[in-house]
Design a protein around this ligand. Sequence first.
Ligand code: SF4
Ligand code: SF4
Length: 715
Amino acid sequence: MNLITLHEFKGGIHPPENKQQSTSQPISSISLPEKLILPIAQHIGKQSKPVVNVGDTVLKGQIIAEAQGFVSANLHAPTSGQINAIEHRVIAHPSGMSDICIEITPDGKETWAEHQGIENYLEAEPQDLIDQIQRCGITGLGGAGFPTHVKASVEPSKIETLIINAAECEPYITADDMLMREQANGIIKGIEILERIVQPKCCLIGIEDNKPEAIEALNKALKEFTDNTFNIQVVAIPTKYPSGGEKQLIEILTGKEVPAGGLPSDIGIVCQNVGTCFAIYKAISKGEPLISRVTTVTGEACPEPRNYQVLMGTPISHLLRETQCDSNKLNRVIMGGPMMGFTLEDLDTPVVKATNCIIASTSNELPDPAMEQACIRCGMCTEACPAQLLPQQLYWFSKSSNLEQATAHNISDCIECGACAYVCPSNIPLVQYYRHAKGEIKQANADKLKSDKAKERFEARLARLEREAAEKEAKRKARAEAAAKKQAEKKASDASPAKTESAPAADLELLQKKMDATQTAVKKSKEKIAAAEEAGDTDKVELLKGALAKAQEKMKEAAKALAEAKKAAKAAPVASSAAEMEMTPERMQKKIDLAQSRLETAEKRLSQAIEENSDKVDALKTAVTNQQERVKEAQKAYDEFVSGSQSKQAKPATVDTEQLKQKVLAAQTRVDKAKERLDMAKEQGLETVDALQMGLEKQQAKLEEAKTALAEASA
Ligand code: SF4
Ligand code: SF4
């Protein structure tokens, strides 16, 4: 007797059950086939990825294809053997399509890969249990093939009720019925594990009342739990197709409706198939992956309809052979039930995780679909629809590929139960139309998603390019502003006294160098002309004279520029304090020494030119005079600096006597050198004697001044 109030869903039908044929004998096993064909997509979600190669030896329970992502499932070798092929084969699909399959040739040894269950699993962490379920590749065995670890990964506090779907409402199918009769304890243990994971307030096992033996077996197993702390109830529900539909069973047991496009967890419910519970138990307690399942083999062409424990990948042809299927009687083979199943075109199609039934039917039993007639708008389909849809309208929209309207009429809520097609007097294969339209919608959505993503990428690229262009422009502007600022600063700096005063000094040096260079060029040209004249090369002489004229012109220009610069330097105001700060007695002394050295060089050249009676004597005399001027200027600048420095000092005590000593020494050196030069000129009877005599006297006077200053400072 049920302890809860049952509810009723609208629609539904009562087709002939045809279940008793396959429940008279216990579940049996089937021999190993010559080959096992394992599609890598046996579940809802992303297909798994092969991790073996052709020629590999595999063990029973070894992973041969790994899940890709969360909504995916591992695939295991159902037996030990060798990988024979990884290629496209026909798979279990209404369209007869093919997909990648891994073919294994069994070695007959059934050698297991290492596997291990979880001890004290009812005390294990829920996540550890979920992980083990995921490792073992458990998917829903009720038909949809949803990865179980995904369904179990819910927020426990939000789950009120765990519903175990044991309705098995579709005609012919008895796999769950027989499993419940024979493995009730394992099923209850599997439910306990699920309760440990989702922690509901109660658990309801919904089972149609046409399975009294299974109900009894479950109740008996439940009684073995003295406390039944998990609050599990076996609830018998009226037999009506499709009460095993997830949404319909939830409505029957709780009166709640899963919202359109929603999930049971949205209303605090988790629903699992009863066969899945047993698979969970084996995975958790023994570590066994999902490599076989119970499949009903029935139909009038089958002499002994019954249930078999069948390895995944077993070809249907092998199954039919092993069950002595009468090929003379066989009209068509249906995978699944007569309502939701589909006719197999290729009998090498393998058993997969969702294969709950194979019907080897005769033409009397399940005749070929009758000729489709026009819709007479009788409305019977609407009355039969358990999803409260408008099948007739959906038919029109699907037929005319009006996908927008089909979507608007909730075609996605169609559970493809086939109740509408079953009652249709016009024999319209309504579900086929819906499946086709759903496929088109899925493709259109995928295309839209793809184009949306492409659009998103394009817009992101555009935005990036605009951003980069803006950044470039900003940088360019910043550079331009910085350059303008620098220019303005340079102008301001050029206009400042310090700049104007320091420039002539630098210019003078530069111009002097230029002057020296042009003089050297003139000298060389003259030497070359002389050599060419000696050699009698008149052509070359003419050319060299041209070059000499140019060099002399440049020399004149340089001399003019230098003279103007000197004039400007003399007219320039006294050096700014900033420039003074940069100047040191040491630097100034070096300047004097440098000028003196140049003067000596110029004098030597002049002496040599006079000796040789050269025609450049005049030019060299000018150079010597200029250089003497520079020595004087450098000396003057030094004296002014030192005297200025002294005058700035508040107390005589602060006078740097060391500096004055250096000055005396430097003056003495210059006097000595001037004497040497004078003596040499006298010896040689040079014309520069007078000039050198004057230079000596000046140097001697400066020496005296320096000595006096030192004596005063030392006093
Ligand atoms: S049951 Fe068939 S004939 Fe009647 S309305 Fe529906 S589709 Fe048309
Ligand atoms: S196949 Fe879809 S439309 Fe037809 S009865 Fe079932 S749910 Fe309704």
